[in-house]
Design a protein around this ligand. Sequence first.
Ligand code: ADP
Length: 187
Amino acid sequence: MNFILFGPPGAGKGTQAKMLIDKFDIVQISTGDMLRDEVKSQSDLGKSAKSIMDRGDLVSDNIIIAMIKKRIQMSDCNNGFILDGFPRTLNQAVELDGLLEDLKIKIDNVIQIEVDENLLLERINKRALENESIRNDDNSAILKNRIIVYKKDTMPVIDYYKNLKKLNTINGMQSIEKVSQDILNIL
Ligand code: ADP
């Protein structure tokens, strides 16, 4: 099973991704986690990505696509994967289609976790307080920018999958268990 999971910051995407990897014995491919690893190891890529991430802006498509191309061909992906945080721009989505076609891999499901913007702001403020020292980009001003970037760059990607009739939208304003159940019901 191969999935794409969409949701703005604070939508509970990480929690649901974890549920899916356990349930289907697949791996999570989070471009955000991969980038944070690069920053931690102080690689050249990490060094150039850090300031962009700290602002809540998007790292360039070329870097992201090269990263995904390498990751998706690793053997632990053979049983399936969840793309989390990718594709985030229309260009990334189009590039992904080409890559998957070359590798003869199909996406089984595209899932969007939808959350009302006011609730998101409430959740991210809470997360910002809890995570103060963990993530540089988890303070509320930057999280707000990430939501703006999400609406501007990532909503068109969601429309792209909607037009292809591949999109399933889940109401994220329910309990974690109910969101999980709704996701499992559509799979
Ligand atoms: P979120 O908590 O919003 O899901 P992520 O952990 O996925 O955030 O990403 C953190 C940051 O890493 C983003 O704000 C962005 O700077 C960068 N990033 C992650 N994935 C991508 C991507 N596919 N394209 C561009 N930038 C990305």
